[in-house]
Design a protein around this ligand. Structure first.
Ligand code: BES
Ligand code: MN
Ligand code: ZN
Length: 500
């Protein structure tokens, strides 16, 4: 979908549909009251009869029959004025897209940001909601099933003097959302298409386009590096593993980089510790962390953020083939630690531990990994928060702030030493899976052993990477979670001149 910006008076600008934000119980609010008058009291009647009352994410579509410059009005509820937030505006903009799509409308003008006062952060939120809400993955729908969605939304700004800033914000919003959509598309791709090699090709292609350095490590080099943990996971599949290495230099020459590591399991069957059949198809989303890293690095480079950034995506497929690694196997990770495999379904931490160790060569200012790591995180936080753990409160705090700003919220879990007891092995330095309790934390604790002495944080997106029902700007399916969060975090790094 295209997003455009235009100068225009919402009451006078002709358009097929004008999207207007409405507060709860405020039929006489500035623009709304004027439109109500033009339409002979039609809007206030809706409020009075309780058919549309401005409740958050409710909408009403009506024809103006020549009484306003727009042919139709799409009223979108913003909830109570005092409770408005950027997240609510993002949602309202997403709701507008669902309503437009449902009505088969192809283009609209939007003044949602004006209801909030029109400031920059509101405009940015509206742009994000419109672009992300319009998303659908219909690559593989042939024929009439694929009727396309909304083609274009024009954001109206009242004055010529607002135009330059609004265009810049819309441009940035477009770049950001393209990063999210890149991640969503990769996650949505079926696993027989999106193999480790495919991810690597995609990374090379995108990197080439935006001036990012990209190198792909293959099996032989992993063997030379002693990356036995990553290699073990890949053994059961005929698809060879890849380690994707992205480098973007936007900061000072001596500045230590932020290193992002994303889990890239292109399909997680569980391996020999096979998963149950129900819902296994969703395990194509097990590379959502890797996709988020690719999306975030791309956006950072396109926005020319003044930061140094490295993205690492260890990519492999976890299958129970004849050469597969088995429960009871022992692997020596690149860091030199020995790991007893007790569950081949705890594969994410294995590919990540070698990537985290590899990351040490960059002497990261901050090391952040992102992964669909544990089903326990879905149990603990559901789909409304990403789990965060780390060894540095400053970094965790900065990430949480970025979560609030971006609408991708985080909730911290403790990483106390005591949890290490869950991971003790009789024959090795540690085992790869604990028992049924504290599954998200024990996974985080495992990663901590490989994260080095610098600042490190781990994001568990198992519950947030895939949306089951569909929300206003998160259509059913891949959410692209992490891209907006990480870009917001990097903006903070750019502003403060240092990580965390
Ligand atoms: N990819 C899964 C975690 C997951 C589950 C992501 C549900 C998204 C939705 C991960 O590799 C896994 O299987 N984890 C195991 C760990 C256990 C064996 C210690 C789990 O959570 O059951
Ligand atoms: Mn698994
Ligand atoms: Zn997994």
């Amino acid at each position: 979908m295209e997003i455009k910006v235009n100068v225009g008076d919402p009451l006078k600008e002709p358009s097929p549909t004008l999207v207007v934000g409405c507060f709860e119980q405020e039929p006489a609010a500035p623009l709304v009251g004027e439109l109500d008058q033009a339409l002979g009291g039609c809007l206030s009647a809706l409020y009075r009869e309780g058919e549309f009352t401005g409740k958050l994410n409710k909408s009403a579509l009506l024809h103006t029959l020549g009484r306003a410059a727009a042919e139709r009005l799409l009223l979108v509820g913003l909830g109570k004025r005092g409770e408005l937030s950027r997240e609510r505006l993002r949602q309202a903009a997403g709701t507008a897209m669902q309503a437009l799509r449902g009505a088969g409308l192809k283009s609209a003008c939007s003044v949602l940001h004006l209801a909030a006062g029109g400031g920059e952060e509101w405009l940015r939120a509206a742009v994000e909601g419109h672009l992300l809400g319009a998303y659908s993955f219909d690559r593989y729908k042939t024929g009439s099933d694929n009727n396309g969605g909304v083609a274009e939304v024009t954001i109206l700004v009242p004055a010529e003097s607002d135009l330059a800033a609004a265009e810049r914000l819309a441009g940035e919003g477009r770049t950001l959302c393209e990063g999210v959509i890149l991640a969503r598309d990769l996650v949505a791709q079926p696993a027989n298409v999106a193999t480790p090699a495919f991810l690597a090709e995609k990374a090379l292609e995108v990197a080439g386009r935006y001036g990012i350095d990209c190198r792909v490590m293959e099996r032989e080099e992993m063997e030379r590096n002693g990356m036995e943990a990553l290699l073990a996971v890949a053994k059961g599949s005929s698809q060879p593993p890849r380690l994707i290495i992205l480098e973007y230099r936007g900061g000072g020459e001596k500045e230590r980089p932020t290193v992002l590591v994303g889990k890239g399991i292109t399909f997680d069957s569980g391996g020999i510790s096979l998963k149950p059949r129900e819902g296994m198809e969703k395990m194509k989303n097990d590379m959502a962390g890797g996709a988020a890293v690719l999306g975030a690095v791309t956006v950072a480079a396109r926005l020319r953020l003044p930061v140094n950034l490295v993205g690492l995506v260890p990519a492999a497929e976890n299958l129970p083939g004849g050469r597969a690694y088995k429960p009871g196997d022992l692997v020596t990770a690149m860091a030199g630690k020995t790991v007893e495999i007790v569950n081949t379904d705890a594969e994410g931490r294995l590919v990540l531990c070698d990537a985290l160790h590899y990351a040490q060569r960059y002497r990261p200012a901050a090391l952040i990994d992102i992964a669909t790591l544990t089903g326990a995180c879905v149990v603990a936080l559901g789909s409304f928060a990403t789990g965060v753990m780390g060894n540095d409160q400053g970094l965790v705090r900065a990430l949480k702030r970025a979560g609030e700003e971006s609408g991708e919220r985080l909730w911290e879990l403790p990483l106390w030493d005591e949890y290490g007891e869950l991971m003790r092995s009789d024959i090795a330095d540690l085992k790869n899976a604990g028992g049924p309790s504290a599954g998200t934390i024990s996974a985080g604790w495992f990663l901590k052993q490989f994260a080095g002495k610098g600042k490190w944080a781990h994001l568990d997106i198992a519950g947030t990477a895939w949306e089951e029902k569909g929300r206003p700007y998160l259509p059913k399916g891949a959410t692209g979670v992490g891209v907006r969060l990480l870009v917001e975090y990097l903006r903070g790094v750019a502003d403060s001149g240092k990580s965390a």
